[in-house]
Write a protein that binds this ligand. Structure first.
Ligand code: MN
Length: 153
């Protein structure tokens, strides 16, 4: 099964952060990994570029999965605000901020309590599956109080 959209030259924005012909998808298959209130849209998926550009939107109070993998992410915040964990640090993020996730680095995005968090994410077209943290990984991450607070929210 492919959720690859057709690739017309131009797609008008149909509504705020919604585009003609781009389906609003579940973030992940249910049960694959823990997350809350996240949608996924694949904006560009051209094999000749060897990457995809996706748009994720996290509803207020929601969060993506805490994960790591060998592939990297290049992220630009497009809507709202929130926080992200990258490695061993928590960053406050807002519209137009850029976030680079290096390979094999724990990361998670969290919307504000009263604001959504929408972000563009560029990623390899062919990539490894995300790894989830073990209890030991969570203990290690939680040695930092700010990270512990972020993970426990
Ligand atoms: Mn990831």
């Amino acid at each position: 099964m492919s959720d690859r959209p057709a690739s017309p030259v131009h797609r008008a924005q149909a509504d705020a952060m919604r585009w003609d012909g781009v389906d609003v998808l579940a973030y992940k298959r249910d049960g694959d990994a823990p997350y809350r209130d996240v949608t996924r849209q694949i904006l560009f998926d051209d094999p000749s570029l060897a990457c995809q550009l996706r748009y994720f939107e996290v509803a207020p109070g929601g969060h993506t999965t805490l994960e790591r993998h060998e592939h990297a992410h290049a992220v630009m915040v497009a809507l709202g605000r929130g926080e992200c964990l990258v490695g061993d640090r928590v960053y406050a993020i807002a519209e137009r901020d850029l976030v680079h996730i290096p390979p094999l680095t724990w990361h998670q995005f969290c919307a504000g309590a009263d604001a959504p968090l929408g972000f563009l994410c560029m990623v390899n077209g062919v990539r490894d599956r995300p790894q989830l943290p073990s209890a030991e990984d969570l203990d290690t991450l939680s040695r930092d109080p700010a990270v512990a607070r972020f993970i426990a929210r």
